[in-house]
Design a protein around this ligand. Structure first.
Ligand SMILES: C[S@@+](CC[C@H](N)C(=O)[O-])C[C@H]1O[C@@H](n2cnc3c(N)ncnc32)[C@H](O)[C@@H]1O
Length: 230
């Protein structure tokens, strides 16, 4: 996965963060700090720094993304994996906001169940980086029902064992090759966050493409979960 993201470094659009940015605008105060886990190209951090006036830091495991993000934001970008507990424990800072944007579905193991476990460990590690009363902001694309996504996961695993190239299928969102992704339903994502900290949730429904409809997907959405550390 690290190799894949070193070779593919797209800049993803910011619209997905609309609810998150609104929440942050309302709840940040002067000097608030933000850590973006899986910050990619750093465009989210750039917005948070320039438009919300927070002090920003980022983290990513792909060297090329680390370089892009630090150039774009002029801030500290740590290189490491959110799944590396020793690395996380070595970060001695705590933040007011910790973002996890479109990263949980990239934490994949050999099975769907193992992938869910990895996503939960990532959330546990992310919580370690929050100050008391700080906010965890999780943004994911969610799909229901979940069985077509289980099928996609195993198809992608098989195709990726043959080649690490993207593989097109029909038109639209159609990549059945690398990277392996484990997309979840809204409820599955919610269960990855400790129930006692979930404070808020927002759901934005994009249009369902024909490819998704043919695959049996009934609902596709961007979900934002906010948790507050006690
Ligand atoms: C789909 S991109 C999302 C980028 C950005 N957060 C956004 O929403 O625009 C996923 C990002 O997570 C990073 N990533 C994937 N697994 C990671 C891990 N275990 N630790 C740290 N970063 C990871 C990738 O390198 C990539 O930058």
């Amino acid at each position: 996965m690290e190799k894949y993201f070193n070779e593919h470094t797209p800049v993803y659009e910011l619209e997905r963060f609309r609810s998150a940015f609104e929440f942050m605008r309302k709840n940040a105060s002067l000097g608030s700090t933000c850590m973006d886990i899986g910050c990619g190209a750093g465009n989210v951090l750039e917005y948070v720094k320039n438009e919300l006036s927070l002090k920003v830091s980022g983290m990513d495991f792909a060297e090329n993304y680390v370089a892009q993000a630090s150039k774009r934001c002029g801030c500290e970008i740590l290189k490491g994996s959110i799944l590396d507990t020793a690395f996380i424990d070595g970060i001695k800072k705590e933040y007011d906001f910790v973002l996890m944007g479109a990263i949980l579905h990239h934490l994949v193991g050999g099975t769907r169940a193992r992938s869910e476990e990895l996503a939960k460990s990532a959330v546990r590690n992310a919580l370690k980086l929050l100050k008391k009363n700080g906010y965890l902001v999780v943004i994911e694309n969610a799909y229901s029902p979940s069985f077509p996504m289980a099928a996609l996961f195993y198809i992608k695993r098989f195709m990726s064992s043959l080649s690490n190239k993207r593989v097109s299928f029909l038109n639209g969102w159609n990549n059945i090759g690398a990277p392996v992704v484990s997309f979840y339903s809204n409820d599955q994502i919610k269960k990855m966050i400790p129930a006692n900290i979930v404070k808020d949730e927002a759901v934005d429904y994009p249009d369902l493409s024909l490819v998704w409809k043919l695959a049996g997907i009934k609902r596709a959405s961007w979900v934002t979960f906010i948790g507050q550390k006690h």
